[in-house]
Design a protein around this ligand. Sequence first.
Ligand code: PGA
Length: 242
Amino acid sequence: MAGLVRAKPACVLGLASGETPLPTYEELIRLHREEGLSFAMVSTFNLDEYVGLDQSDPRSYAAFMHDRFFRHIDIDTSSTHVPDGSAEDLDLACAEYESAIIAVGGIDLQILGIGADGHIGFNEPISSLASRTRVKVLTEQTRQENARYFASPDDVPRLSLTMGIGTILEARALVLLATGEHKADAVARAIEGPLSAMVPASAIQLHRRAIVIVDEPAASRLALSDYYREVTAAKAGLGAIE
Ligand code: PGA
């Protein structure tokens, strides 16, 4: 990401909220503070947002992004976008989100987490692989997983706005991050399982430039991990991974 921002200062980053990308944001903040990495011309689009939470609500993803990343760097906040889950007309907000992505020339690099149920963004199982930004009903599993951010599990919104899988696949590059044993099954199904709407993250198999970065626990159920190590070593020997 830092390399992209240096090479293309007005790049468009697709960002994710949640636990997984926090170390990434922390490192980018460090590079900003210590090495002058500037985000002044960068635009960002986040994957998703809860319906019914205002952007100023501390439990919203807009507030999360501001608190954990944007306020620590020199980004112009008017260039940061999160779907508006408090919009009166949600369908219109979704259509405008798609238009805003097109207006800046598309997303250069999209960061993705993965849910234990295989979701990317809030594209839950059986999301259309061609879907666009829209309203999605959250699964019970996702609501339970995210309950830690709310006073009670019942407070977790039932609806979300999320970029569609079709929207995500149009980013010029994808980076999927996963850490921890609880993600191992979803990671294996996404990477090695059949392409299926039951595992929305498996859609990254369709992308020409998708990089998956996992720690050992998240990689523990991959059948071909020895081969992936060999590929990584071979590519390192060839220079930059393209
Ligand atoms: P997490 O969420 O990074 O908090 O695990 C990822 C996701 O649900 O997409």
